[in-house]
Design a protein around this ligand. Structure first.
Ligand code: HEC
Length: 142
């Protein structure tokens, strides 16, 4: 009797812990700073999970770990981004380099300069790092 209720209690605790984790999906301190810094991206990108992309840029919340140029509802990828699709999966080093200098980074991936589409760069390395943490954690929440 005692053993049974302890076991039931333990199972319940595990189930509840799992549910709580999925529901609040807490950001780390880096991720939290990244969320604030990503305000700079909002002029063009949607940053809420599940919302459609805007015509100005793909929704970034699921982009970490994606192939380049593969957000399904964004139809305005550039020639350079589509060419990079087969060679590039977004991870920390690639997002860091791309956001610092989109044109140069895609030219290095493709081996030549092609028409690209993100006319914005964020030089601040600490902010870029925090934004990557935010994108990584947001992806894990989906
Ligand atoms: C002026 C508008 C604009 C701003 C501001 C902007 N972006 Fe972008 N971004 C774009 C566009 C347009 C694309 C698609 C580029 C292409 O097709 O060449 C893009 C693509 C991307 C991609 C690749 C997405 C994919 O599906 O492969 C990442 C990653 C990205 N942006 C990150 C950022 C981050 C991080 C910020 C803020 C620090 C930012 N962008 C700010 C317009 C913008």
């Amino acid at each position: 009797m005692f053993v049974k209720s302890v076991v039931t209690g333990a199972v319940l605790a595990v189930v509840l812990a799992g549910a709580a984790q999925a529901a609040d999906c807490k950001l780390s301190a880096d991720g939290d700073r990244g969320k604030a810094a990503a305000g700079a991206c909002k002029g063009c990108h949607e940053l809420e999970v599940g919302k459609p992309s805007r015509p100005t840029g793909p929704n970034l919340t699921g982009v970490y770990g994606n192939k380049a140029g593969s957000v399904a509802d964004f139809t305005k990828y550039s020639e350079a981004m589509l060419a990079a699709n087969a060679k590039l999966t977004w991870d920390e080093p690639s997002i860091m380099s791309y956001v610092a200098d989109p044109k140069a980074f895609l030219a290095s991936v493709n081996g030549k300069e092609m028409k690209h589409g993100m006319f914005f760069a964020l030089k601040d390395e600490a902010k870029r790092k925090d934004i990557v943490a935010y994108l990584k954690e947001t992806k894990a929440c989906q």
